[in-house]
Write a protein that binds this ligand. Structure first.
Ligand SMILES: Nc1nc2c(c(=O)[nH]1)N(C=O)[C@@H](CNc1ccc(C(=O)N[C@@H](CCC(=O)O)C(=O)O)cc1)CN2
Ligand SMILES: Nc1ncnc2c1ncn2[C@@H]1O[C@H](COP(=O)(O)OP(=O)(O)OP(=O)(O)O)[C@@H](O)[C@H]1O
Length: 185
């Protein structure tokens, strides 16, 4: 399957997840994340602010604040398709951005350079077991992670896992995949 068809297939699968199923997988995934040594050690974590059918990342921000970690979210730098990360201290310091996204307001948040980030919680639509991923097609994270020696982890609903993701030279796999388990039906 090509990347475009995979995006469509997974988007459809995510829509069929019931609210209960979603919450059940999410709570397992948060527990796994918060137990990771990379999370425990991280002074600065980076995470997208979820929208729509994405895994809810708000509890990750709340946990980071509670544990005294800094947590940064990306701002899309339009023309060059790059991401800049800003420390978020409260959600009120964020604003609506293009494409239905929510991003830190750079006038209210502190910029953090990539080398100061200890753990990147990487979003995506589809993943394979080796950590190769497909996002929404902007190439933002591939570009951001290129040559950056940072730990990466993705939280993945079981429905997002695929046997084989087509690999291209610029794809950067994530170090660690946390995979939700479907509740028995
Ligand atoms: N919640 C969340 N925030 C995120 C991401 C994400 O996956 N989830 N991103 C993860 O990377 C970045 C934004 N991703 C984006 C991906 C595509 C387009 C975009 O321009 N889409 C066009 C098509 C572009 C093209 O085909 O070149 C469109 O939808 O019309 C914008 C932002 C940063 N913030
Ligand atoms: N390191 C890079 N340098 C320049 N262009 C890149 C790089 N990585 C990816 N791209 C470009 O980005 C485009 C989108 O890549 P791809 O389809 O893999 O996106 P994606 O993995 O879905 O997006 P994302 O990384 O934002 O989640 C590709 O056409 C590719 O040319």
């Amino acid at each position: 399957m090509d990347k475009r068809s995979i995006r469509i297939t997974i988007k459809e699968k995510l829509q069929t997840l019931s609210k209960e199923e979603r919450l059940s997988q999410e709570s397992m995934l948060y527990s796994q994340l918060f137990e990771m040594p990379e999370w425990k050690k991280a002074e600065v974590a980076a995470c997208t602010i979820s929208v729509g059918n994405e895994l809810n990342t708000y509890p990750i921000f709340i946990r980071a604040w509670k544990e005294g970690k800094k947590i940064a979210a990306p701002v899309v730098k339009g023309s060059k398709k790059e991401l800049d990360f800003y420390i978020v201290n409260k959600m009120e310091d964020c604003r609506e951005a293009g494409f239905g996204l929510i991003e830190p307001d750079p006038s209210k948040c502190e910029y953090v350079s990539p080398e100061h980030i200890d753990l990147v919680i990487t979003p995506g639509l589809a993943f394979d077991k080796e950590g190769f991923r497909i996002g929404y097609g902007g190439g933002f994270f591939d570009r951001f992670l290129q040559g950056l020696p940072v730990s990466t982890v993705s939280l993945v609903f079981q429905e997002q896992l695929m046997e084989n993701i087509p690999r291209e030279s610029f794809d950067v796999p994530v170090n660690r995949l946390l995979i939700g388990k479907r509740a028995e039906e």
